[in-house]
Design a protein around this ligand. Structure first.
Ligand SMILES: *Cc1c(COP(=O)(O)O)cnc(C)c1O
Length: 415
């Protein structure tokens, strides 16, 4: 990348790079808790990926953030969509993605019904991770284009709970994948590719080595499949490109990752990648206000109006998110060691422990960084707590893209 490109499109946007004044204005206008997503940053992330992988099929993993404004922004860049459910397929179709792939992991019957219905009027590729999915698709009269998902027996990622590459739930064991491809082909499906995904959060050298091993393994497999007389169009090596959640972590060197991928990729087919988090994580911030400040012998408990129902990652994966005070006089305040907690009756409802924060006071605004991926997507209504609003920024413009849920909304499905 040229230095001009770095200046205009840095490899990471840190929490400290967001304008505190603008975030305060947004919190005043839309109230808190509030997700803010900057679609201009989403475009920058997409542009950096395209530059590093100029010839690859790039499919955005929709599950990282499926808000309409985000999907439409990414669809416009020309990326395809990698979908984890029928709901995501429908939403990707509405956002006018040109290429839609449904990765069927233990697909419920209702999902297969809906996806086959979608396929009546739209092109779709279905990635199968178990042979009986082919039976279930045939039963529904569909025998179109498929990828076969391979379990590479190589995992990567920031937490055991996101290392899909070694989990038998995902994909057909590598040793049986060739047989599965031949079987699908003989049954009349068009096998256009194979796919593997190691997990989420490739950031350091160890993760990069795992990624390289995965690319080598699927490339070899593609060679075996070619020997069996089936020419694949594409070999997808999954997503999982990491972002630095801690300010002290350097960003992923996307060009080094691209180089390692190219070196290890020996398949006679197009390369496919499926980044989710990388496209959206640093494009989002979660804003929360302080409800209560309680000094205790161990720590200062800072209770805020966002919690594990708003942002599940810390409770789910012990994930770290930076927390920053957005008060105008933050610089001048003494700091305290704070435990930032939510309002939910669970001890796991902690957004951050041992954080040095400018002495928080009731009503102060805090920003929680890298909230653009797996943030609003995982929000839920436990404790009958309505989900937050989402506002989208594009340059100087801001627009409410999801209104705040109400208690009345929570009852609307009840008879
Ligand atoms: C979740 C997922 C991805 C994207 O993972 P990120 O860590 O968000 O990049 C890609 N492919 C598949 C099959 C996935 O399940």
């Amino acid at each position: 990348m040229t230095s001009a490109a770095v200046a205009t499109n840095p490899p990471v946007r840190r929490l400290g790079d967001w304008s505190a004044a603008r975030l305060r204005d947004l919190a005043d206008e839309y109230e808190t808790p509030l997700y803010v997503v900057d679609v201009e940053r989403v475009r920058e992330n997409a542009a950096r990926l395209r530059e590093a992988f100029p010839d690859a099929d790039i499919d955005y993993a929709v599950k990282a953030n499926s808000r309409k404004s985000v999907l439409e922004t990414i669809a416009e860049t020309g990326f395809g969509a990698e979908c984890a459910s029928a709901g995501e397929v429908v939403r990707a179709g509405e956002a006018e993605f040109s290429d839609v792939r449904y990765t069927a992991v233990n697909p419920p019957a209702r999902d297969l019904d809906r996806v086959v219905e979608y396929a009546d009027d739209n092109e779709i590729t279905i990635t199968i991770g178990a042979l009986d999915t082919l039976d279930r698709l045939e039963e529904r009269g569909w025998s179109g284009t498929v990828y076969v998902r391979v379990n590479p027996a190589i995992g990567a990622g920031h937490h055991a709970k996101v290392r899909t590459g070694t989990d038998p739930k995902f994909g057909i064991p590598a040793g049986r994948a060739r047989e599965a491809v031949v079987d699908a082909d003989e049954r009349g499906f068009t096998v256009a590719g194979i796919h593997a995904h190691a997990g989420s959060g490739i950031l350091d050298a160890e993760d990069l080595a795992a990624h390289r091993a995965l690319v080598e393994r699927v490339s070899e497999l593609a060679g075996d499949i070619a020997d069996a007389g089936i020419a694949l169009d594409a070999v997808s090596v999954g997503g999982g490109f990491g972002v630095p959640y801690r300010e002290s972590e350097p960003p992923l060197d996307i060009h080094a990752l691209a180089r390692a991928t190219r070196e290890a990729f020996t398949a006679d087919a197009r390369l496919g990648i499926e980044p989710g988090r990388y496209c959206v994580a640093d494009a989002g911030v979660l804003l929360a206000r302080v409800n209560t400040v309680k000094p205790t012998p161990e720590t200062t408990v800072v209770g805020v109006d966002a919690g594990m129902t708003t942002l599940a990652r810390p409770a789910l994966y012990d994930a770290f998110h930076e927390i920053r005070s957005l008060v105008p006089d933050a610089e001048g305040r003494e700091t305290v060691a704070a435990t930032v907690t939510g309002p939910v009756c669970e001890s796991s409802d902690v957004l951050g422990r041992d954080r040095e924060l400018p002495a928080p006071e009731r009503g102060n605004l805090l920003g929680i960084g890298n909230a653009g991926a797996y943030g609003y997507e995982m929000a839920n209504t436990y404790n009958a707590r309505p989900r937050p609003a989402v506002v989208a920024l594009d340059g100087a413009d801001s627009e409410l893209c999801v209104r705040r849920e109400t208690v009345a909304d929570l009852g609307r499905l009840e008879s």
